[in-house]
Design a protein around this ligand. Structure first.
Ligand SMILES: Nc1ncnc2c1ncn2[C@@H]1O[C@H](COP(=O)(O)OP(=O)(O)O)[C@@H](O)[C@H]1O
Ligand SMILES: [Mg+2]
Length: 249
């Protein structure tokens, strides 16, 4: 952008931020390009206790995004930032949008391809020693084969890199299992793909952890008839990962 355009852009953003005070996220268009403005979370009730430092998390996210972008990681570019907002370039619809939106008329094979692209991107992020924190399908974007990771969680330093990776893998697979729009066959296929692209020691650690907690699966089975979505997702996760732990014996 030229300096003049930058000034116009910056004025527009300031106006929009004023108009949308307290709104967590909103998008706008400028010269045929979509941008997203993100602001610190305004929390109420119990969330104030559960997430006590919204301003700090906001600043940490900004720092993480800038840092990762400079390192060439697939994250949205920060175009502008201020005390209480930052502006990101649009990176396309999220994975859950591609999977769940019936109007798009995607075949299961096309959906699988999008998710395999995401699996490749996540495993390659891990190979670079970067973790996401919560790579659920609603926080990963896809456009024309390009995968971008959004909404990074600030990392607690108490956990080591391998543990962060294990958690990422399980969060991702759990979010697949959570989707009502993916069949068991598709999940099985995607887990096999995950294994194919994953660092083998990491995959082994994931399976070991699942095997260690297999007793939970048997407890959950009891609740299956009354289970809600999140529980069903965990149930499905065990259902597909546990047999793999047995194969590895
Ligand atoms: N750069 C971007 N490109 C495309 N969509 C985005 C972008 N940033 C945010 N979004 C959309 O806004 C939603 C919420 O943004 P996110 O950063 O996940 O905020 P939150 O921390 O509140 O979950 C995302 O799930 C996505 O749909
Ligand atoms: Mg999000």
């Amino acid at each position: 952008m030229t300096t003049k355009k930058q000034a116009v852009f910056s004025r527009l953003v300031n106006e929009l931020v004023q108009k949308n005070q307290g709104k967590r996220i909103f998008s706008f268009d400028f010269e045929n390009q979509t941008y997203w403005v993100k602001q610190p979370e305004k929390l109420t009730g119990v969330w104030k206790i559960l997430k006590p430092h919204p301003k700090q998390s906001f600043r940490e996210e900004l720092h993480i995004l800038k840092n990762l972008y400079e390192r060439g990681a697939p994250v949205p570019q920060v175009i502008l930032s201020g005390e209480d907002f930052f502006v990101l370039k649009d990176v396309g619809p999220t994975l859950n949008h591609w999977i769940e939106n019936a109007g798009l008329n995607l075949t299961p094979a096309e959906k699988n391809q999008i998710l395999v692209d995401a699996i490749k991107a996540l495993t390659s992020l891990h190979k670079k020693g970067v973790t996401h924190g919560r790579p659920a399908i609603r926080d990963i974007a896809w456009r024309q084969g390009k995968v971008t990771f959004m909404d990074f969680e600030s990392h607690s330093r108490s956990l080591n890199l391998q543990w962060h990776k294990i958690r990422d893998v399980l969060v991702f697979i759990h979010s697949l299992c959570r989707s009502k729009h993916l069949s068991g066959e598709q999940i099985q296929y995607l887990i096999n793909k995950y294994e194919e692209y994953c660092e083998s020691d990491l995959w082994q650690d994931v399976l070991n952890l699942v095997a260690k907690f297999r007793f939970l699966y048997y407890i959950l089975l009891v609740f299956k008839p009354v289970a809600r979505m999140d529980l069903i997702a965990i149930y499905r996760l065990f259902q597909y990962l546990l047999p793999l732990t047995e194969e590895n014996k």
